[in-house]
Unconditional design. Structure first.
Length: 123
């Protein structure tokens, strides 16, 4: 099952493939395979967060921004590492995506969260 993140002026993204503290606006549509997501958390920022944009200019993410934090499965980000003295070492990293939904665009957050929660069986 895939979720589609649509390009939108009100969604910012952070992931661990970028430098720490860098966030970028979602500028093109992309898909995330929910079968490769290990953990999902939803939360709302209680205070402003200082980050940087891709040009390293300061960017403030405001209070009440909603966040969907997707932590991917180990299989999503595994690769072989061949170094001198280490043969076929398997490196496992947990990739993550943080999607920041700015307060002025609540509809996209609600739609995406509702879809994800439909896939959850509550016991």
């Amino acid at each position: 099952m895939f979720i589609k993140i649509k390009k939108n002026c009100g969604i910012l993204m952070e992931n661990n493939a970028m430098e720490t503290g860098i966030v970028v606006p979602v500028s093109s549509n992309f898909l995330i395979n929910l079968n490769q997501v290990a953990e999902i958390s939803f939360y709302t920022l209680k205070e402003n967060k200082k980050r940087q944009n891709i040009d390293h200019a300061e960017l403030v993410i405001p209070t009440n921004t909603r966040v969907i934090h997707l932590t991917m499965d180990y299989r999503y980000e595994s690769h072989q590492e061949d170094r001198p003295g280490v043969f076929n070492r398997q490196v496992n990293q947990r990739a993550y995506y943080k999607l920041f939904f700015l307060p002025e665009c609540p509809g996209e957050y609600e739609e995406l969260r509702g879809y994800i929660e439909q896939q959850v069986l509550n016991l």
